[in-house]
Design a protein. Structure first.
Length: 73
């Protein structure tokens, strides 16, 4: 399975599972990223951090570590 970090700019992905524990997982879920949600990757910074996405109509910035813990299809 690939992670959100592997999704190309301009592509959409469906969240399959969240890896991670504690504060990291809670922060991701607080942003509205849960299983079955569609994520659109808008932009990635030159060094890959942060990754700007659209989730449920909201524009968010995710750190690389957060994106690596989101499994998508």
């Amino acid at each position: 399975m690939k992670t959100l970090k592997d999704v190309a700019v301009g592509d959409k992905a469906i969240v399959k599972r969240l890896n991670g524990e504690g504060a990291l997982k809670r922060r991701i879920m607080d942003m509205g990223v849960t299983k079955g949600v569609e994520i659109f990757v808008r932009r990635v910074a030159p060094l890959g951090d942060p990754i700007e996405v659209t989730v449920r109509g909201y524009e968010l910035s995710l750190r690389k570590a957060e994106a690596e813990s989101i499994l998508v299809e």
